[in-house]
Structure formats: C-alpha cells, structure tokens
Design a protein around this ligand. Structure first.
Ligand SMILES: C[S@@+](CC[C@H](N)C(=O)[O-])C[C@H]1O[C@@H](n2cnc3c(N)ncnc32)[C@H](O)[C@@H]1O
Length: 317
C-alpha cells in the first residue's frame, strides 16, 4: 500500500515528547505512521497507534511487522482512547501525540470526497466503512438555517447564508452528490478572493468538521489524554486551523491554571489551584520556513505541548 503523507513538524514533536527507552507512547492520529516511526527509531519504546480510517489501520498493521511487537495499531476514535487502551490493558502512558485533521492520502484520494480539486462522491467520512452520514446526506437533508450556521461556525464563511440558500434551491431539482457539483454551487455565489483561495475551501472544511464531529473529538481527546498521562509525561498537539488551535490553547491554559483569575467575590472553579498540566512553553510553536518550503501543508500547522503534573484530573460531568 502506498502512502504519501509527509509528517508535519516531526522534529518539534519529538523534541516535545523526548522519546526514551521503556516508555509507552500513543500516536492517536496514526495516519501514515510518521510520528510512530520517529518515536520507535529514537528509543526502545512501545507505541500504540490509533486511527479511525480503516486504510490507515491496515497500513499501520503492515508497518507493525517492522518493529517486532513494539508497534500496535488499533482502529477507533481518539476521543475514546482511554476505553480503546484500557481494552488492551494500558491505563497510563508516557506521552501522547495528536496531529489533527486529515492526511494527504485522504485528501489526494478523490473517491473519499474531501477535495474540490477533482470530482468524487461527496463523502468526507474518515471512517468510510461506518454507516455515519456522509457530506452528501447533510447537504441534501439539513434545513437551510442549520446549514448556514454550520458553514458559518465551522467554515468561518461570511457568505454562509447565500451558499445555504443556493444549495437548497438546487437540491430541489435533484440531489447534490459529487464534490464538483457542490464546488460549482459555491463558486457561483462566492467570488474568488484576492488571496487566491478557492471559495469552496471554507464550506468543504465546515462539512468535513461536521461529518467527522472533529471538534467534539478534539475536546474528548484532550480530556482523555489528561487522564491517561503519567506525571511528567507530555502531550503534543499539532493543529491546522484556528478553530482547533483555539480549543487546544484554551484547554492547556485552563488546565495549567493560567486563565485570568475571576474576582474574589466570584471565585473560579478549583482548576487554578490544581493544575494538571504545566506549560513549559507558552504559545504555539510554528513550523520552520525550510519545512514550509518542502511541504506547503505545514504552513498553517501550530504545535502546542505541555507536561502533565501529578494532580489528579478534576472530574467534569
Ligand atoms: C494529519 S493525519 C496524521 C498523520 C501522521 N501524524 C503521520 O505522520 O503520518 C491525521 C490522521 O488522523 C486520523 N484522525 C482524525 N481524527 C481522528 C479521530 N478523531 N480519531 C482517530 N483518528 C483520527 C485521520 O484519519 C488521519 O489518518
């Protein structure tokens, strides 16, 4: 099976995780296994890879043969990584990497429907073997008002109302089932901006986030990581757009007790007194220009990482 994904910010992620012998790491977005390979080559450690995409898991299981039992790849959502790992007897780990979003293999395979650069079925499910609704199901059934909100909230698209109206007008004539059909509808109502970004970009992003419940997964994944990580172990998260990066930033600021303190008349929850993470480096790490020149996809990547303290996680309902 051929894989074409170049791991993003791999040196920075390894610097954050500091691979060491005997440790257990989780590569919670396995993809083409770039991070797993780097961890396994840097130390005599064990890696658990997780991916919801059946093809990534199949590839990972082939790759596992190279590492003589030190790599195992499991199919599932990282939002459920605690349950996934506890089923194989792992309850505490020494480092977790999350590289949020989709892989080059997913976007470049037009039959998966993530891309508007060529025609394909409007699918967009990372787990395309599941019976979850596809992007076409959403586009053809959601109420106009909800569709507009989805495109606005998850795509940060200002023309969301016009796009939703046009989708609803056209779907009355027949279902929108292909990526090219949808891209044409969007390009008809939104002009190409001066920055050259295709007008379909934001709506496709919105649908992908919705179809895969990506923000819910991210919140659940961060909370699961807090519970799985041993004291002094590290969490490294690479994200590719502001909606995700803001969530990671907020989570880490909150869990490290660095959110602005409320007034003494209205004290905060107990979080600021019991930080579960220590922000070793404030702010996001950006990719080097040399990496961006070799891999344009790296341009928008942001890495945030933090170290687990010994505090027990606060139980949140
Ligand atoms: C950007 S790629 C990761 C690439 C990987 N770091 C590498 O170097 O090859 C993201 C991968 O995460 C997977 N993924 C995204 N969201 C997921 C989730 N909630 N649970 C499990 N896997 C997920 C995707 O299917 C995709 O294969």
């Amino acid at each position: 099976m051929s894989v074409s994904h170049k791991p993003v910010m791999i040196n920075e992620v390894m610097d954050a995780l500091v691979p060491r012998d005997g440790a257990i790491y989780v590569d919670a977005t396995f993809g083409a296994g770039g991070y797993s390979r780097a961890l396994l080559e840097a130390a005599d450690c064990t890696v658990w890879g997780i991916d919801r995409d059946p093809l990534a898991v199949e590839f990972g299981r082939d790759m596992a043969h190279e590492f003589g039992g030190r790599l195992s790849v499991v199919k599932g959502r990282f939002g459920q990584m605690r349950e996934i790992l506890s089923a194989v007897g792992v309850t505490q780990v020494d480092g977790i990497a999350l590289d949020i979003g989709i892989s080059s293999m997913q976007i470049d395979d037009f039959t998966r429907g993530f891309s508007f650069r060529a025609d394909g079925p409007l699918d967009m499910r990372m787990d395309n073997g599941s019976d979850d609704p596809t992007a076409a199901d959403i586009v053809n059934s959601m109420k106009e008002h909800d569709l507009a909100n989805l495109i606005y909230d998850y795509g940060e698209e200002r023309a969301s109302r016009r796009i939703a109206r046009e989708i609803v007008r056209l779907r009355k004539k027949g279902p929108i089932e292909r990526t090219e059909q949808l891209a044409r509808v969007i390009r008809h109502v939104v002009r190409r901006s001066n920055d050259g970004i295709d007008p379909a970009t934001r709506t496709f992003q919105a649908l992908r986030i919705y179809v895969n419940e990506e923000l819910i997964e991210l919140d659940q994944g961060l909370a699961a990581a807090e519970k799985l990580l041993r004291a002094e172990s590290r969490l490294a998260v690479v994200s590719f757009h502001s909606l995700e990066d803001r969530r990671v930033k907020t989570f880490l600021l909150e869990r490290s007790g660095q959110r602005p303190r409320p007034s003494r008349h209205m004290p905060d929850s107990r979080r600021s007194f019991y930080p579960t993470f220590r922000l070793v480096k404030r702010g996001a790490v950006k990719p080097k220009e040399t990496e961006i020149s070799l891999n344009a996809r790296a341009r928008s990547a942001r890495l945030r990482w933090a170290e687990r303290t010994a505090q027990r996680p606060i139980q949140v309902a």
